[in-house]
Ligand binder design. Structure first.
Ligand code: ARG
Length: 284
């Protein structure tokens, strides 16, 4: 009994936030003009003003929480450029650029490369293999969890390992609605005792076993949490930014001592994106 109580107290001890460095891109040219994932319906109306207001609220939420947010200049003709997470992976000063699967998004990678180069990131490699950056790569502080199945080429996983010099764990995605790893999993806490939240049904049986083995105490989300892109959350170790529809996940996180901040991102969800998709983290 005592041991259980101690364990409980342990899981409920106050969570520690660490300040983050984010790169975002305002959705000034946001639209759904083509369809490259099941969320995108070019015939459905999109309110670009509302998208910009929701994005602005997301950015101010990060700033209120004490994080640094920098902004890349949006480009006309690149309606998905708001999803900054897809455009580079930055860990400890090393950068692996992106290479998009869809030709419609290809040009985004170069704008982010230029921004990073201009900011002094010299250790930057543009990839040979298709990788959609943090869309499919999640850094736990020790390992790079790497998704494949819809966008990122599995061969990009070893390329990321070589370029970034970090151990990569490959995970196979099986549900087209959860076409990027960051639509099915996010890191709650980084470091040796990293913690994640994920939606098991988005992964192959073998990858689920890998996740169970690596994260036996993970927060396991349900179909409803996944369907509002609730797994596209952003955590600083204590504060977790989530879409308000993710009710079950919100309760589960609050029980574990996280502080949940809801940001309505419904307009961007019409393109298949949530808070994390809009947020490239520059990992120190
Ligand atoms: N419409 C974009 C696409 O399909 C959405 C990207 C969302 N980004 C993400 N990190 N999951 O490429």
């Amino acid at each position: 009994m005592t041991v259980i109580a101690a364990e409980r107290a342990e899981t409920r001890s106050p969570k520690q936030a660490t300040p983050r460095h984010f790169l975002m891109c305002p959705p000034e040219h946001f639209a759904v003009e083509y369809s490259i994932n099941p969320w995108m319906d070019p015939s459905a109306p999109v309110d670009s003003r509302l998208a910009l207001a929701q994005w602005t609220e997301l950015k101010s939420t990060y700033e209120r929480l004490g994080h640094t947010v920098e902004v890349v200049e949006p480009q006309p003709g690149l309606p998905d450029m708001v999803f900054a997470a897809n455009s580079a992976t930055v860990i400890g000063g090393r950068v692996l650029g992106a290479k998009f699967r869809a030709p419609e998004r290809a040009a985004e990678a170069e704008h982010f490369r230029r921004w990073l180069t201009g900011r002094g990131y010299r250790d930057l490699v543009m990839p040979e293999r298709i990788n959609e950056a943090e869309g499919d790569f999640a850094w736990t502080g020790e390992f790079l969890l790497a998704g494949h199945g819809f966008r990122t080429d599995p061969a990009a996983h070893s390329e990321a390992q070589e370029v970034l010099g970090v151990p990569v764990i490959s995970l196979s995605l099986v549900d087209p609605r959860y076409y990027h790893l960051d639509t099915a999993l996010f890191v709650l806490e980084k470091g040796a005792n990293a913690q994640v939240a994920y939606y098991p049904e988005a992964f192959s049986a073998g990858s689920r076993r890998v996740l169970e083995r690596m994260f036996p105490d993970a927060v396991v989300a349900d179909a409803e949490d996944a369907a509002c892109l609730g797994l596209n959350g952003v955590s600083d170790g204590r504060n977790v930014v989530l879409p308000p529809e993710a009710a079950g996940l919100t309760r589960a996180l609050a029980e574990r001592g996280y502080e949940v901040h809801h940001v309505d991102i419904a307009e961007l969800r019409k393109s298949g994106g949530g808070p994390k998709c809009c947020t490239l983290e520059i990992h120190s």
